[in-house]
Design a binder for this molecule. Structure first.
Ligand code: SF4
Ligand code: SF4
Length: 236
């Protein structure tokens, strides 16, 4: 994959926080693994992620219809936003894979460059001048609403509460591993390519591992989540 060669040549950045370094290293491992895949394999991965992207489009619409106006007056016009004010935001490995899959070289350049420098902004390292630098921002960000929004819009407005619950249910179809889910599958797929990342929570977090185990029990102890979930042909 020609586009990624530039990233593969880049040296490990120095003098940055462990958060930046972990993010950088994980993104780089993904780019290298994708660099070894052929076009058909990459296309297959993109197709696997399509239903999730459709869900994200619906979630964006939900934001636009019900919350964005409030955020503009409550935060953006005042130049503050509790949403992107934390330096180390939570990301899944799957978030990283998905954003890389749908980014071009320029997008990757904007996304990875801030990681190579110390973050002195006091905000999320991915908060750019025109907003979030991720092509598909992490699911924890997309599903986050402050207490003010939860209390005054999501929980107390007729119609919206039900819609919000539906969005939460849809999110679980991709991220709640009591069944076979995309975010777990993406980790398996890259692990089979010898990629390791601290953000592979579906294989490292005791909480998520417990949910997976319980899910298997609910399926009568059978292997409900086959290791070849996405593609064994992708594995090298
Ligand atoms: S969700 Fe809350 S904190 Fe975040 S931008 Fe909207 S109003 Fe501000
Ligand atoms: S990743 Fe993007 S949306 Fe999430 S906190 Fe950072 S800038 Fe905000």
């Amino acid at each position: 994959m020609q586009k990624n060669r530039r990233w593969q040549r880049r040296e490990r950045p120095r003098g940055i926080s462990s958060y930046n370094l972990d993010q950088w290293t994980s993104f780089r491992a993904i780019l290298e693994a994708m660099g070894a895949m052929d076009a058909a394999e990459l296309q297959r991965l993109r197709e696997t992620a399509r239903p999730y992207l459709r869900f994200r489009e619906e979630l964006d619409l939900f934001h636009k219809r019900h919350v964005d106006g409030h955020c503009t007056t409550a935060c953006f016009e005042k130049g503050i936003s509790a949403c992107c004010g934390f330096e180390s935001i939570f990301t899944f490995f799957g978030d990283q894979v998905i954003t890389v899959l749908f980014s071009d070289e320029e997008d990757m350049d904007s996304l990875l460059s801030p990681l190579t420098m110390p973050n002195t902004t006091g905000k999320c390292v991915y908060a750019g001048p025109a907003g979030c630098l991720w092509k598909v921002r992490p699911i924890s960000c997309a599903m986050f609403f402050c207490d003010d929004v939860k209390k005054n819009i999501l929980q107390n407005t007729e119609g919206i509460e039900g819609e919000w619950k539906e969005m939460q249910k849809r999110e679980k179809e991709f991220t709640w591993p009591d069944r076979q889910v995309l975010f777990d599958d993406l980790e398996k797929c890259f692990m089979a390519c010898n990629v390791d990342s601290p953000f592979m929570y579906f294989h490292k977090s005791p909480g998520l591992l417990r949910i997976k185990k319980q899910g298997r029990r609910n399926h009568g102890g059978k292997e409900a989540f086959p290791e070849e979930a996405i593609s064994t042909s992708t594995a090298k």
